[in-house]
Design a protein around this ligand. Structure first.
Ligand code: FE2
Length: 360
């Protein structure tokens, strides 16, 4: 099989003190994206930067427009935050050159691909799951029209990503669980994706091995830095795997769940992830190695693992979805590049059936 693998990012693992020292290298031409909570909690000295300190979740077109109007052009963007902060950095990098043009049109037309003066990014995740520090794309939402867009360009790989376990140690139980499950979904979906190859599957299995062991442990001991470091490592391997394969049906179906009901991304993805595993099973390559990465011998034991970790709470009913609303979700659940990357391209009837099975 002919394949190519590309992740042109310099990764560093730092402790908090080393992170603070690295920040001293930059000046007022740097835009720092970090929430007030992150700046205060970790006592970051941001006095010499242009700072964007809004709390972010799921950045949408209006936020990107507002930010592009507000900032002056930086030479570098350092994004310290969850996937939303890093995605916003990517949107600024791709779109700043066109800041007098319509953002939605720029994204739809992909005019930003012609940008030759994009702004380099340093990505510093404060969660262990989104993988945005490993990829060349960002998710931007158009909540007015219930659409989700990707900004996707080779120049959007961060030029450096810093892995700092202490930054993830203040996440509470639910955010640790949802971001950990998002990372696991990246690994599992990468594993069975049509674009996978024997090399990305090794990365995905390593990720599953680490996350399946350490997610239950860190949920019982949120302050444990060793477990936090391992979760970042699991997320890192998932990022390396899915950066080259992308995701599949579970991510595709998750987008309307987030758009219509505000369900946190990691939970939205994991609602259908294990039902989709069941349906994809016949198409999985090297099944024994996949099971081994979960430390089990059978598919049933994988489902048991999920029940144990999630407390059986991750289903549609618990997130406020009414059963009669499922057809509305189905209509928005097929995302190009995601659903058609799944070994089975589920049609609307099958998506309805999957969602019904995830309604308990
Ligand atoms: Fe994800």
């Amino acid at each position: 099989m002919n394949w190519i693998y590309n992740v042109p990012i310099k990764f560093h693992e730092y402790n908090l003190k080393e992170l603070k020292n690295r920040l001293k290298e930059f000046d007022s031409n740097t835009l720092l994206i970090a929430s007030k909570r992150v700046i205060n909690t970790f006592d970051l000295d941001v006095s010499s930067f242009q700072v964007l300190d809004e709390s972010l979740s799921n950045p949408d077109i209006h936020l990107v427009e507002k930010v592009l109007d507000k900032i002056f052009r930086p030479d570098l963007i350092v994004a310290i935050g969850g996937g939303s902060s890093i995605d916003l950095a990517k949107a600024i990098s791709a779109l700043y050159e066109y800041n007098d043009e319509d953002v939605l049109e720029l994204i739809k037309s992909k005019k930003y691909l012609e940008n030759e003066s994009n702004i380099p990014i340093v990505a510093v995740p404060t969660t262990a799951g989104t993988g945005s520090e490993c990829t060349k794309w960002a998710t931007i939402w158009d909540m007015d029209n219930l659409k989700k867009y990707s900004i996707d360009a080779d120049y959007l790989y961060p030029f450096e990503s810093w892995i700092v376990p202490e930054l993830t140690s203040t996440m509470g139980h639910d955010l640790t669980l949802s971001t950990g499950l998002d990372a696991l979904a990246h690994a599992m979906e990468s594993y069975w994706s049509n674009a996978s190859n024997s090399y990305t599957r090794v990365l995905a299995r390593d990720s599953i091995r680490i996350i399946s062991k350490y997610l239950p442990l860190v949920l019982e001991d949120l302050d444990n830095l060793e477990y936090r470091q391992k979760m970042l490592m699991g997320s890192f391997f998932a990022g390396l795997a899915f950066s080259n394969t992308r995701t599949t049906a579970a991510h595709s179906i998750s987008y309307p769940l987030t758009m219509l009901y505000g369900i946190n991304h990691g939970f939205a993805v994991s609602i259908t992830l294990f039902e989709i595993l069941k349906r994809n099973w016949d198409y999985l390559k090297e099944k024994e190695l996949f099971l081994e990465s979960f430390g089990v011998d059978s598919l049933d034991e994988v489902f048991d693992w999920f029940k144990l970790v999630s407390g059986e709470k991750i289903n549609l009913k618990n997130f406020g979805v009414k059963k009669e609303e499922i057809p509305n979700i189905v209509k928005l659940a097929t995302t190009g590049g995601r659903m058609d990357n799944n070994p089975i391209v589920f049609n609307e009837e099958e998506i309805q059936d999957i969602l019904n099975c995830c309604y308990k």
